[in-house]
Ligand binder design. Structure first.
Ligand SMILES: [Zn+2]
Length: 77
């Protein structure tokens, strides 16, 4: 097999496509639909549980609050 510019272009396209798909998934789990806070202090002030954490979002630059560990499924909530 000979390496051609067309093959290189195709490979680059595949890498970019996969990169975008991963980035989109990460965006959906990290940012989409979450409350935005201007500072970590504001984010922490909304926390009601100890098992919650605040992080600076790399997508929108705001702070989000999330559960630091997977919450167990309960029937009262
Ligand atoms: Zn965000």
């Amino acid at each position: 097999m000979t390496w051609t510019a067309a093959l290189e272009e195709e490979l680059r396209f595949l890498i970019v496509a996969e990169y975008r798909a991963k980035k989109r998934k990460r965006y959906q789990s990290m940012c989409e639909g979450k409350d935005k806070f201007a500072s970590p202090v504001l984010a922490h002030s909304t926390m009601r549980h100890r098992d919650m954490t605040a992080y600076k979002c790399r997508f929108c630059g705001s702070w989000h609050v999330a559960h630091s560990r997977q919450k167990l499924r309960t029937h009262h909530g």
